[in-house]
Structure formats: C-alpha cells, structure tokens
Design a protein around this ligand. Sequence first.
Ligand SMILES: Cc1ncc(COP(=O)(O)O)c(C=O)c1O
Length: 422
Amino acid sequence: MSSICYKENMLMCEEVPFIDLAEEYGTPLYVYSKNQIIKNFRSLKAAFGESGHTICYALKANSNPAILKIFAEEGAGADIVSAGELYLALKAGFSPNKPAFAGVGKRDDEIEYALQKNIFAFNVESVQELQAISRLAMRANVRARISFRINPHIDAQSHPYITTGLHTNKFGIEDTQALEVYRYAATLPAIDIIGIHTHIGSQIIKVEPFVDTARSVAGLIGKLREAGIVIRHIDFGGGFGVKYFNALQHEALPIEDQAHAGIPSPADIIKAVLPILLETGCSVWIEPGRSLIADAGVFVTKVLYTKETSAKKFVVVDGAMNDLLRPSLYGAHHQIVPAVINTYEHRQVDVVGPICESGDFFAKDRMLAKVGPGEVLALLTAGAYGFVNTSNYNGRLRPAEVMVNGERVRVIRPRQTFEELI
Ligand SMILES: Cc1ncc(COP(=O)(O)O)c(C=O)c1O
C-alpha cells in the first residue's frame, strides 16, 4: 500500500493528515513521504536479485538536498546533467565514483569540474563533445572515462517533449554512426572507452520499447567487440512510467481514465530487459528519476474561489503553473483529490491558478469531488519534475517542501520570502 492514502475520509501522508500539513505549513506546499521513497528504491533494487547493478538516481527529477541524502544513504549512484547537479550530488554524500554525466551541451567549465572530481563516466552525445573532453583531459593531465549515448531510433511512445530515442531528437549518437565514432574515440590518448549509454525517453508505460532497446544495445556491443572495442559497461537509462491516473481510489471519488491501468512496474521492466543485458557480460547501471520519487510527492493547494461562466465551472486555487508546470507544459495529468472527503457529489470543472495566462491550469473539464473555498486539494504523483520546475513568474514565491517520516514532519525547504525575489 502507498504511504499516501485515505484513512476513512482523511488523506494521510504516512501518519500525518494533509489537512494538518496545510494548516501548519501553509499552501501551496510540496509534501513527500520518506518511507515511500525508500520503498520505491528498495523494490527496484530487489528486481535485480543477485545480479550486480547500480541504480543511479536522476537528480533532474527532484534535487532537494534532503531527498538526495536519502538516495545517497541507500547507496544510489547519481545521473547528472550539469555541474550544478554534480555539486548537489557530492554535497548530499553520493560516492564520487558513481556519477554519470549526460546531456547534449556540456560546457568546458562543467567538463573540467567533472574531471577534477574524477566522476565515473561522461555519457558523450556528440563527436565535438568528445573532442572537448579529450582536449580538457589532456590539458589537466588526466584520463576521462566515457560511454557514448546511443540513439537507437526506438519510439518510446511517450509525450513528444520527453521522447529522446528517435533520430529526430537531439540526443545521443545515431546507432548507425556508432562504430565509426567508437573507432575514432579509441584513437584519442586521454579517453578511456568503458561502455554504452542509452535513454529513450521518460514516462514510458510499455515494456516493448525497453526490450527493443536492450536488444539493439546488445547487438551493437557484439559489433563493437568484433571491431576490437572493449565494452564492459551498460548504462540503460531511466524512463519507467508511473501511474498518474487513478493513483488513489475511494468510493467517493470519480473513477479516472483507465489509460494507466496495468502499466508495468519498474521491476517488471527490469525483469524483461536484464537477461538481455547480462548476456553481454557487462555491468548494468540504470538511471531512473520519476519512478523513484513521483508517487512519494504531493502538491497541496487551497481553493480560493469557485466561479461559473456560461460555458464552464472553475475552481480557482492558490497554486499555479509556476509551482507545478507539468499540466501547462505537457498537458500532464495529476489526479486531484480533497484532503478531507466531505461529499460524494462530483462536478465537472477546470482547476486553475491565479497566474495571468489561460495556460495556467491543473485540470480541464475534470470530474472532481465538489469543493468550495477554503478546502484543501492534493495533486498526487507530483514528486518528480514538480518543484524542480518552479519559478517566480508573476512575482510568486516558490512553495515550501516538507518531508514526512511516520508522525514526524520536517521542513526541507522553507517557503521563499519577498526579500528573495530581489
Ligand atoms: C539521460 C537521462 N537519464 C535519466 C533520466 C530520468 O528519466 P526518468 O525520470 O523518466 O526515469 C532522464 C530524464 O529525462 C535523462 O535525460
């Protein structure tokens, strides 16, 4: 059972009612369950059984230092995409020999910093980037371990903005060019080729694209080895989808679209791809973000007003797109439920924030429990790509973040103050 659930009519984070959290810490607010984070990590780890592996947490999903500390303590590696994320990972206690650095646009100063920290590997996305790493490693008189991020041209069947494994995407080296690029890398004196990296997208809710990718990677490793290139490491990326629809059920709540019914768990995906990857004899790393943190986080907001036009009913809340961008950015769905269930009545509404854009919405034409001013709403599965995308748009303060552990609550990031707007 999830650590975020109803006990009778009260929505709870572990042992603490959301209504009390909203009262004590104010809204808008992010709430995380420490035990759900740990459970997510350990169940993914269990899927590997006795096989050696490293789970790198993708910091981009949520880089709150208190959350990073949990993953570091669990022994996770770090998937980073900037010098800032490397700094955060090291500060949080991640082992320096576990970060892998991805991203299509690494700057010289970022490469230098990563070389200085002797990170595990650069996941290289272009020939020019390889040349930059080689040049900077030579200048620093060190060697750089690299994998190439291979773009296998496999459709993740996800939202176009978070699909990364097609040849029309900016990511990685086309699979067809891989052999030539590895051969070139093997001639560079400061470069140590260790392996192959791939990441085909995010919020992938089918097993097949992962299996196809694993087969493609295994096939390529065979070809590279025939060409005399030593590959001993696979970083298989992340992208495991989570259940955004019907995340929580209660007899008083409307039943949502069943699109996410029966989606494979990250463990199901690992079980499907692991035999293919292990067959290569390589060490296997993965780098999930969303699936480790999304369902452990909730965005909490309060209803300010309700209003009706001739065409629509609106619920105006105190949270906005600057606090949780996913619905505005990708039309993403978060189930919205009341912190306290007071009624079995439903209404079809748009849930909107105070920002001066019609794009500022959390839900459109959504059946929702009937709510009125002062009631507290929870947007579920908001732990990933939530707070990290906040801004001060419209002069709004970034929300606070709190962590619940049993009956205890800790502020892990205070609400911003007006002074911090300057
Ligand atoms: C290179 C890389 N690895 C891992 C991830 C994490 O993906 P997810 O949060 O879907 O698991 C991303 C996300 O975009 C990524 O770009």
